[in-house]
Design a binder for this molecule. Structure first.
Ligand SMILES: [Zn+2]
Length: 500
């Protein structure tokens, strides 16, 4: 029979069991930092990094910002499934695609439950096999885990966006709230999310002219100036820019507070036609110039596909043109997200250089092909001197490009003093966290606490935040680090009876 014991506080229980640490005199911040550095060194020394301990360390560590973050790629499939019901859509159980056509959905609903081909999310959840396979299509889950859908990884990755696409831009306020809560839970104070596709229109005549062989940059700029002028007179197009900003404002209401800040980048899709890409860029720059929440413009989409490769230099000239028109609008460009063999070798030779030299990129996303670029050393020198950082996405690069460890160019950027930040890319598709990106960095590359801490600060320093906001967040990061280091220093005492 169990004897009743009076309730004890946790501290009293620890004291009784002899686990409590000896009370030490209040440590100075410098001593705490030194203790944290020693603690971290012990986690990465030896033949194998202590991965579980690194998971704990980085879950707790303040991580500043996440600067390469795709909103729709950050939402988990589970939440998209909830939105399927909210929108009154259903999921085709054969193709795993979302059905959004009202007449098809109505016809499906009229069938008896067992005979429907299009399911609600609760019906998907109720069928474990179907649900498991859906997760493998709507994310990269299980790819390396014998049950995975074995299309090539880059296709699996980019295809996910087509699966959840019909609900990706619905319920954005809910989505941003989830991302905020998740960020706070892992001690992340800022996200700069690549939010929604900037509006665009098609112009076949412009497409023909922009792709005309032998078009000089000067002639191209005349063409761009002419159409920009027309777009400014186009009331419907201007209205779509206002609608873009209205959506940012509505979706983000209530997100910013004392603990967390979110900013937004408008993006263009690099595999659309030249007129679509350019009008989208015009809208994105205009939106950013009008809305303080929209702090930058990005260009996204698979870089290795035909149109993205064909129009790469054209896009960089378009950015140059708009950067001159809107010098205060920042641009972060996905550039060089390519691996050897994905495209012919000459395609690997210039993307980062042109993003820096022609487009005037403020940050480079991925920067993976640098080792194959003709002017790699000169480009890296410029990036170092001008303070143009690379957004490093280790999980994504490993998955999409098959590049990791010593083959990853972060080794070159470190060697040549190019600043960089650690970011997630698409944490929902990869089912990953920013903390884990730090774990990967710390386990794959010989590093120390000073570099890790700098990376966290870099992710605010190189953000596109307005200066006052940046200073406020940096100050708050000081406080967060002081608290974290005090915690680590206090916990870094031998626990009686523990196994090292
Ligand atoms: Zn990306």
């Amino acid at each position: 029979m169990q004897k009743k014991i009076p309730a004890l506080t946790l501290a009293a229980m620890l004291a009784l069991s002899g686990v409590a640490h000896a009370v030490t005199p209040a440590a100075t911040p410098a001593a705490n930092e030194a203790a944290t550095a020693r603690h971290f060194a012990a986690l990465v020394s030896g033949t194998q990094p202590k991965t579980a301990e690194l998971n704990l360390f980085f879950s707790m560590m303040p991580k500043g910002g996440d600067l390469h973050h795709h909103y729709s790629g950050a939402i988990y499939a589970e939440q998209f499934l909830d939105w399927v019901d909210k929108e009154n859509y259903c999921v085709n159980k054969t193709t795993y695609r979302i059905e959004s056509q009202k007449d098809v959905i109505a016809a499906e609903r009229a069938k008896p439950a067992g005979q429907r081909n299009c399911l609600s999310s609760s019906e998907v959840f109720a069928d474990p096999g179907l649900y498991a396979e859906l997760l493998q299509r709507w994310s990269t889950k299980d790819f390396y885990n014998h049950g995975g859908i074995q299309t090539p990884p880059d296709r699996t990755f980019f295809d996910t966006f087509g699966y959840f696409g019909p609900v990706a831009s619905t319920n954005t306020a809910d989505g941003l709230k989830t991302l905020k809560q998740r960020a706070i839970a892992e001690n992340l104070s800022y996200i700069e999310t690549i939010f929604e596709l900037s509006p665009f229109i098609s112009n076949p005549q412009f497409d023909q002219q922009a792709l005309a062989p032998g078009l000089t940059p000067a002639a191209l700029h005349t063409l761009l100036a002419g159409w920009t002028h027309n777009l400014e007179q186009d009331a419907a197009f201007q209205k779509s820019i206002t609608a873009y900003n209205d959506n940012v404002n509505t979706s983000s209401a209530g997100i910013d507070d004392a603990n967390f800040t979110m900013r937004y980048q408008a993006y263009v899709l690099r595999f659309l036609s030249p007129s679509q890409v350019f009008s989208s860029m015009v809208a994105a720059f205009k939106a950013a110039s009008l809305n303080p929440l929209v702090v930058g413009v990005n260009i996204v989409g698979q870089e290795s596909v035909n149109v993205s490769m064909r129009d790469y230099s054209l896009h960089m000239e378009m950015f140059k043109f708009l950067k001159a028109k809107y010098p205060h609008v920042k641009i972060a460009l996905h550039a060089g997200e390519l691996a050897l063999g994905m495209v012919p070798p000459e395609g690997l030779a210039f993307h980062i250089a042109e993003a820096v030299d022609v487009a005037g990129a403020d940050r480079i996303g991925h920067g993976m092909d640098i080792a194959y670029e003709h002017n790699a050393l000169a480009t890296m020198q410029k990036m170092r001197e001008r303070g143009i950082p690379v957004e490093v996405n280790l999980t994504s690069n490993d998955y999409i490009l098959g590049i990791k460890g010593q083959a990853h160019p972060v080794t070159l950027y470190r060697k040549y003093g190019v600043p960089f930040v650690i970011s997630t890319d698409d944490a929902g598709v990869s089912r990953n966290t920013l903390s884990n990106e730090y774990v990967l960095f710390a386990s794959q590359y010989k590093t120390d606490y000073a570099e890790i801490k700098k990376l966290s600060y870099n992710s605010l320093r190189y953000s596109f935040l307005a200066d006052a906001d940046k200073q406020r967040l940096l100050k708050a990061l000081d406080v967060r680090f002081a608290k974290f280091e005090a915690q680590v220093a206090a916990s870094d005492q031998p626990v009686k009876g523990s196994k090292p």
